[in-house]
Ligand binder design. Structure first.
Ligand code: 5AD
Length: 390
């Protein structure tokens, strides 16, 4: 009798694979898995991957989910990333920089509400005045609270990264956006360059930051081979935190035009739905190969599917980022269309997230620092690269 495959072990013809074992997979294997599970819509393989990923997440984190309170403190940007709704050329209602005092109020609120980690995010500005602002802000937060500070403020000089580390920042998130340098070049006009971005990642690591990176899924011209390479890139660079979100075409940006040209007949809604599935599959494969890194259930997933973040938490993710940005600034920080929660307050976002976690039997790891485990201990995944899968 032919039994339908149930677990990844059955599926991948790895009969002796213990539960929750991280795997080292080759580029061909990753591409094949993405092709079979996503392009050919093999829902059984999808389910087996999600289950294996969730077993690994549970092995390392139990049912605990780490929070990173997101404070989008400025939407002023010097870059012209062609997909982004706040790029230098984009028409935005107002360009703002939150006064230090206001950011501090949010930080204090976070601490009072058991959120131990905050992420300071903004558009990219490299002026000495901005570095001074950041330095003062980080020092003030460190003085008034015991929060762990992550930064997501883009490409800076090594000297400035060091200054911000010395001021007290300990984690840094900068997405590679795609591991394909040619695709990167199509989306980021000069003087931006893929190699420069990789240099930034390495510099941050050498200074001692816990390193976050990530990509967008569904970029115009991106292939499944690219996505397989993205996963290998995270492994190779040794990322401690990964954030992956679906690319959402933002009207009036050059990338949205490119997207339309490549997909002239495609209905945007069904495209995004497909990208939702592909993104969570990428989360699962990243968990299966990276084992004990932090993986974020990104807000962009929720822009497509109201339960997007909860679903991602069942498919490999273990971090969520409640938005703490004061409501009056939120509308001006729309990187993409349909960004959720723009009329909410920080308290509403925290309360809502808590309920969402319960719905998938997860729990906020309150008052925990939640450092990425692979910053301290790397796991060697089981090497199955020479095996024939399926
Ligand atoms: N769709 C989805 N994600 C986007 N980002 C920027 N623009 C978009 C978009 N249109 C992501 C980028 C960036 C992060 C802050 O937001 O990956 O690194």
């Amino acid at each position: 009798m032919h039994l339908a495959p149930k677990t990844l072990r059955d599926y991948l013809v790895l009969p002796n694979l213990p539960k929750a074992t991280p795997l080292r997979l080759s580029h061909v294997q990753l591409t094949n898995i993405l092709t079979t599970a996503w392009r050919h819509r093999d829902v059984k393989l999808q389910a087996a991957l999600y289950e294996h990923a969730n077993d690994i997440t549970t092995r390392f984190f139990g049912n605990k989910v780490y929070y990173r309170g997101l404070i989008e403190f400025s939407n002023i940007c010097e870059n012209k990333c062609s997909y982004c709704g706040i790029n230098k050329d984009a028409t935005v209602k107002t360009r703002y920089l939150m006064p230090i005092r206001e950011v501090l109020e949010v930080a204090n609120w976070a601490e009072a509400n058991n959120i131990q980690n905050i992420m300071l995010q903004s558009g990219e500005v490299r002026t000495p005045a901005r570095i001074k602002y950041l330095e003062a802000l980080i020092r003030a937060i460190r003085q008034e609270t015991s929060l762990t500070i992550s930064l997501s403020v883009g490409e800076l000089a090594e000297y400035d990264y060091q200054r911000l580390y010395d001021a007290g920042a300990r984690r840094y998130l900068i997405r590679i956006e795609t591991s394909n340098p040619d695709l990167y070049a199509k989306l980021h006009p000069e003087p931006m360059s893929w190699h420069k971005r990789v240099e930034c990642l390495k510099t941050l690591q050498s200074i001692g930051y816990m390193l976050g990176t990530g990509i967008m899924v569904g970029l115009p011209g991106q292939t499944l081979e690219d996505l397989a390479n993205d996963i290998l890139f995270f492994n190779k660079i040794g990322a401690n935190m990964i954030g992956m979100g679906p690319y959402i075409p933002q009207p009036n940006t050059p990338a949205a035009g490119m997207w339309k040209e490549i997909n002239p007949m495609t209905d945007k809604k069904s495209y995004l739905r497909a990208m939702f599935e592909l993104t969570t599959l990428m989360n699962a494969l990243t968990r299966i190969t990276l084992a004990n890194a932090n993986i974020s259930a990104t807000t962009a997933l929720q822009a497509i599917e109201p339960r997007g973040r909860e679903i991602a938490l069942q498919r490999g993710a273990n971090v969520v980022m409640p938005i703490l940005t004061p409501t009056k600034y939120r509308e001006a920080y729309q990187l993409y269309e349909g960004k959720p929660c723009i009329t909410d307050t920080a308290a509403q976002c925290q309360g809502c997230l808590g309920k969402r976690l319960v719905s998938v039997e997860k729990q906020e790891a309150s008052n925990e620092v939640g450092d990425p485990l692979n910053f301290y201990e790397s796991i060697t995944p089981l090497d199955v690269t020479t095996q024939t899968l399926f």
